[in-house]
Design a protein. Structure first.
Length: 617
């Protein structure tokens, strides 16, 4: 086999990087390589269009093995992960029945229970966990911070009463010390005392993680990956630093921390993120000189992001969450929750929850993602991304530490403001279609309605909110487009956009397709046409169709002739739009034509203006 490989490779002479660059430069025909092909990420670094072996020479990420410090290639020697489903608990008996059914037939190996702190009682815990073996399944609990210590005590007593070995019971109780400033707008200056109490009460369950780093909050708020990772590291370091100052060992504290990350749609970057996260966290913990190197291992749960989920064309969410789950699985996380595709606009039904579970089962049972450890290792692209993302996150981590640590940054609102600014930049990218949300700002379902399928979802948290500091903004990327389209639905009037196609066949077809997609993003009814012989014929047809908007679709060269004639014939009886950015734009504006749409348009703002004229006024 070796001889055969050598023979095959000998038929292809090596091509140097210089030769590749010379060929690319020639094909670009004078366009700068850096401007055309180099991608500047929101994370603050550049990504080249190709990488070669010399790009990874000397990188630390390629010199370790799975299960070895600094764990960039994984904390274990296999790639298995827990399939987790979360349950919002209102009725504890019903939740127990559902949990047992999931364990028997659903394929899950991890359960998450969310319920308000007022329901933390011994009776409810016994009812919830009846028939569930705590040694056989990972159990995760999320409740109000003030009741986490009490919950740990109740769980320890319940497991002891059932004869379970506490050393074999694995799971978590999600004490999030910084939820108050990040989500509720309240500072909690005594969080160290609360965390210390949780840590002490958690000693009865040695394999339970009790101190949460909920980096998923940043992901759901639209943060860039470098922010999610950098702030997560600062968050975890804040916990270790303060609790070791309070007398706890670095080993005990680090072993009780669980990282809950989001997963964005940036497929390869997400793989790199999780690899970089394990690496940097191991270095941070190692700086505290723990007695065991194993204390440096990160325990990472991953959940698909809500930021890029959409109400319209909601089944596209399945594609989004599938690729997200794939990237997390390849990256070697410890457990994954896939958000049901309908979870953002209603309580998920049995079908959507089953599909969400099956998305992970498919990755295991059909794709065998659990069989190979760190399959991305050695990839020139991913290894380079891992280091680039690690550098960007580390800079943010150090900057946060220089300003007093994570709590100081959160208590002042700096973290929230930085993440919200990034989310605003991303929403602007969505508005201008530089970031695509399929079915929302590009290629929408023209006839879909969604108002009737939206039902309120309940927040089980009973904690009060405050106004001490800014909070994270959890508006999704599609939220503004959805508000726009829902406004049209609920208005009782659906504007009609009529395509006046004339002139050059290729250009009128391309621009009518573009314009139909443009106006359908607001839920307008679009009327396309094959073409008209004269402008007058097109205007007559538009008026007969009772069009609210007439979109002239032709070539740039022909607009100088057709646009003034069409505008005059329409005579203000409908909105007039030119599809494109012709050279004669200034001349057309001088004649009163003010509406132009093209690839550089802010789709959202443009449609908002039309809504004001056609719907709200």
């Amino acid at each position: 086999m070796t001889a055969l490989k050598e023979k095959l490779f000998s038929e292809f002479p090596p091509v140097s990087t210089e030769e590749w660059m010379a060929k690319i430069t020639a094909d670009l025909k004078g366009v700068p390589f850096e401007k055309k092909l180099v991608w500047k990420t929101g994370e603050g670094f550049h990504v080249n269009p190709f990488y070669r072996s010399e790009d990874i020479e000397g990188l630390k990420t390629v010199s370790s093995l799975p299960g070895e410090f600094p764990y960039v290639r994984g904390t274990k020697r296999d790639n298995d992960w827990n399939i987790r489903q979360d349950i919002d608990v209102d009725d504890f008996k019903a939740a127990n029945i559902k949990a047992l059914d999931l364990l028997r037939k659903g394929g899950v190996t991890s359960l998450g229970f969310h319920f308000p702190g007022r329901h933390v009682t011994a009776e409810n815990i016994a009812l919830l966990l009846d028939g569930i073996c705590p040694e056989a399944v990972e159990l995760n609990f999320k409740t109000c911070n003030a009741r986490c210590a009490a919950l740990l005590g109740l769980l320890a007593n319940y497991f002891d009463a059932k004869g379970a070995d506490p050393g074999k019971c694995k799971g978590s109780v999600n004490y999030n010390p910084f939820k108050a400033p990040l989500v509720k707008g309240m500072n909690v200056d005594d969080w160290v005392e609360q965390a210390a109490a949780v840590l002490k009460d958690g000693r009865a369950l040695p394999e339970y993680r009790t101190l949460a780093v909920d980096a998923c909050l940043f992901s759901n708020a639209g943060a860039y990956l470098s922010q999610e990772l950098g702030y997560a590291l600062a968050w975890g370091n804040e916990i270790i630093a303060r609790l070791t100052d309070a007398g706890f060992s670095a080993d005990e504290t680090a072993r009780k921390i669980k990282f809950n990350f989001g997963i964005s749609a940036n497929y390869f970057m997400e793989i790199a993120k999780f690899r970089a996260a394990r690496w940097l966290w191991a270095e941070i913990v190692d700086a505290y000189r723990p007695e065991s190197i194993c204390a440096s291992k990160m325990l990472a749960h991953a959940q698909t992001s809500e930021w890029n989920l959409t109400i319209y064309d909601a089944h596209v969410n399945l594609l989004r969450t599938q690729t997200e789950a794939m990237s997390a699985a390849i990256a070697g996380v410890d457990s994954i929750t896939v958000t049901p595709f309908d979870g953002i606009f209603r309580t998920p039904d049995d079908f959507s929850e089953r599909i969400a579970r099956n998305q992970q089962l498919l990755l295991k049972e059909e794709c065998h993602f659990d069989k190979v450890v760190d399959p991305s290792a050695g990839s020139y692209y991913i290894e380079t991304l891992t280091c680039s993302l690690a550098d960007a996150a580390w800079k943010l981590f150090l900057d946060t530490e220089d300003k007093g640590g994570f709590y100081a940054a959160a208590a002042s609102g700096e973290v929230q403001n930085a993440v919200n600014a990034s989310a605003a930049a991303r929403r602007k990218a969505v508005a201008t279609r530089r970031e695509i949300l399929l079915g929302t700002n590009q290629y929408p379902n023209f006839t879909e309605t969604a108002a009737e399928k939206i039902s309120a979802t309940n927040d089980s948290c009973c904690c009060a909110a405050g106004t001490d500091v800014p909070t994270l903004d959890f508006s999704r990327g599609a939220s503004e487009f959805e508000d726009l389209r829902l406004a049209v639905e609920r208005s009782g009037k659906t504007p009609k956009a009529f395509m006046l196609t004339i002139g050059s066949l290729a250009m009128r077809l391309a621009r009518s397709q573009f314009s139909c997609n443009f106006f359908a993003c607001a839920g307008y009814r679009v009327i396309d046409n094959l073409g008209f012989d004269t402008v007058e014929a097109g205007i007559d047809a538009a008026l007969k169709a009772e069009a609210d908007i007439v979109v002239l679709c032709s070539s740039d060269d022909e607009y100088a002739q057709y646009a003034p004639a069409a505008f005059k014939a329409l005579n203000g009886r409908a909105e007039f739009v030119v599809a494109g950015a012709p050279a004669c734009t200034d001349e057309l504006r001088a004649q009163g034509i003010t509406n132009f749409i093209n690839v550089k348009s802010n789709v959202l703002d443009t449609l908002k203006e039309f809504n004001k004229r056609l719907i709200l006024i």
